[in-house]
Write a protein of this length. Structure first.
Length: 105
């Protein structure tokens, strides 16, 4: 069953995306094409197949602790911050991704 313009409008509103009427028409066509492309996946017999909750399985943190190398060298904070566009105290200062109410972090 294809998505209607109203379906796409509802999805856009939920995602807080404003679409013009032309964009709404284009997005409706685009989303219906995407759904049509995925249709062959619905033809697989998946009876008894357990759902996968994460595509990588038992993913674990692969990061290691920061360490000073064998010669006792480490990147000094001033060196790390020297090319930053903006800093505050001893940290990189970046624009907020939370909008106006979030302020700079």
């Amino acid at each position: 069953m294809p998505l209607s313009k109203e379906d796409v409008r509802t999805i856009a509103e939920y995602a807080r995306i404003v679409l013009t009427e032309q964009e709404l028409d284009e997005m409706t066509t685009y989303m219906n094409d995407a759904v049509r492309m995925l249709q062959p996946l619905r033809e697989y017999d998946l009876a008894g197949v357990e759902p996968t909750f994460h595509p990588i399985g038992n993913l674990s943190n692969v990061m290691t602790d920061d360490k000073v190398d064998a010669n006792g060298r480490a990147l000094h904070i001033d060196e790390a911050l020297k090319n930053a566009a903006s800093t505050r105290d001893r940290a990189f200062r970046v624009p907020s991704i939370l909008g106006e109410e979030g302020g700079d972090r």
